[in-house]
Design a binder for this molecule. Structure first.
Ligand code: NAX
Length: 325
């Protein structure tokens, strides 16, 4: 039996938390032979709901689930943690601007960054899901100076999966036939959906699909899918977000498929014109737990133009939270 890994989930009583914890406990994220200890963090007023999550997990009788810890103390939640999913954050309320959301969430990611720094395993991998995810990742990693920045990522895998699913549906193939999709930049509507390098069953997607459909249908659908789900169900995507986090962590703890890459927002090392340190979604290959940005790809003129918009947005988000870095 392998040694159990400690997985911390923040906001675990929320929508995504409710969808993701059973999948982690089942083994979908770290493997069906990997025992796990779940440490679930919430704010004090959600502790009763979190207790219900704990009881439901218990009732599932998952063979891999060794222990569940529920707490409202970040130090306890992050102690010895090997994988951290930072999902909990304040939702955007009525009349709140994006800058208000940044201000409201920044202290959460300062506190959690510090707690990770002081208590987590030195090899911890930290995936930030709570929005605005890229800038929250910047804040958390800046407040965890003893943990290498490459161990932090903001989630753009949901956007990536949405693009893969749309391409597969349009081409009439399974999602497994689609490779080399890229989401660039911010997890927001300025994200750049790039299928110039994408392949469908090994053939260039641009040879298989109509360029007009890609521009007029695929790209706006992916960019605005989150808003579409909110409109339909009154709440944001949860099952697909949980699934994206599971896929992202699964690949990050293992390796990406040969001949494919995934989109992850990592701290930029200056690749593709992004400022060093900004969490910027790029194509990433993971080799046995180590992520590496795919460099040297040629970008189309239109892609360059859109990359500037998402970069400008990330710069302005960084400037709005400078005092927390
Ligand atoms: P919910 O509002 O259902 O759940 C959030 C939970 O976080 C609540 O239970 C709340 O009590 C808890 N929380 C708040 N502050 C906390 C803190 N300081 N410590 C611990 N827990 C805290 O939201 P949910 O639908 O689960 O979404 C969570 C976050 O994911 C939101 O910020 C949302 O915008 C973001 N998303 C990010 C996505 C991505 O692709 N990166 C996609 C899905 C989702 O929109």
């Amino acid at each position: 039996m392998k040694k159990p890994l400690v997985v911390t989930v923040t906001g675990a009583a929320g929508e995504i938390g409710y969808a993701i914890t059973p999948r982690i406990a089942f083994g979908a994220m770290l493997g069906e032979d990997q025992p796990v200890i779940l440490k679930l963090l919430e704010i004090p007023r959600a502790m009763a709901a979190l207790e219900a999550v704990e009881k439901e997990l218990f009732d599932c009788a998952f063979p891999l689930l060794q222990e569940v810890v529920i707490t409202d103390d970040p130090a306890e939640a992050f102690r010895d943690c090997d994988a951290a999913l930072l999902i909990g954050s304040r939702p955007r309320g009525p009349g709140m601007e994006r800058s208000d959301l940044l201000e409201a969430n920044a202290p959460i990611f300062v506190e959690q960054g510090r707690a990770l720094n002081d208590h987590a395993s030195r090899d911890v991998k930290v995936l930030i899901v709570g929005n605005p995810a890229n800038t929250n990742a910047l804040i958390a990693s800046s407040n965890a100076p003893d943990i290498p920045v490459i161990q932090f990522s903001a989630m753009t895998r949901l956007d990536h999966n949405r693009a893969v699913a749309q391409l597969a549906h349009k081409a009439g193939v399974s999602a497994g036939e689609i490779s080399k999709v890229i989401i660039w930049g911010n997890h927001s509507s300025t994200q750049v959906v790039d299928v110039h390098h994408a392949e469908i069953g090994g053939r260039p997607a641009l040879d298989v699909l109509d360029v007009e459909w890609i521009q007029k249908d695929l790209i706006p659908t992916v960019q605005h899918r989150g808003a579409e789900i909110i409109k339909l169900r009154g709440r944001s995507s949860a099952a697909s977000a949980a699934n994206a986090a599971v896929y992202c962590m699964r690949d990050w703890f293992g390796s990406t498929s040969p001949d494919d890459w995934v989109s992850m927002a990592l701290a930029s090392g200056g690749q593709y014109g992004a400022d060093e340190g900004l969490f910027y979604s790029m194509p990433v290959i993971v080799d046995n737990g180590t992520p590496r940005v795919v460099e040297g790809l040629e970008l189309s003129d239109s892609c360059h133009q859109f990359l500037q918009l998402t970069l400008d947005e990330l710069r302005s988000e960084r400037d709005a939270v400078r005092k927390f870095l």
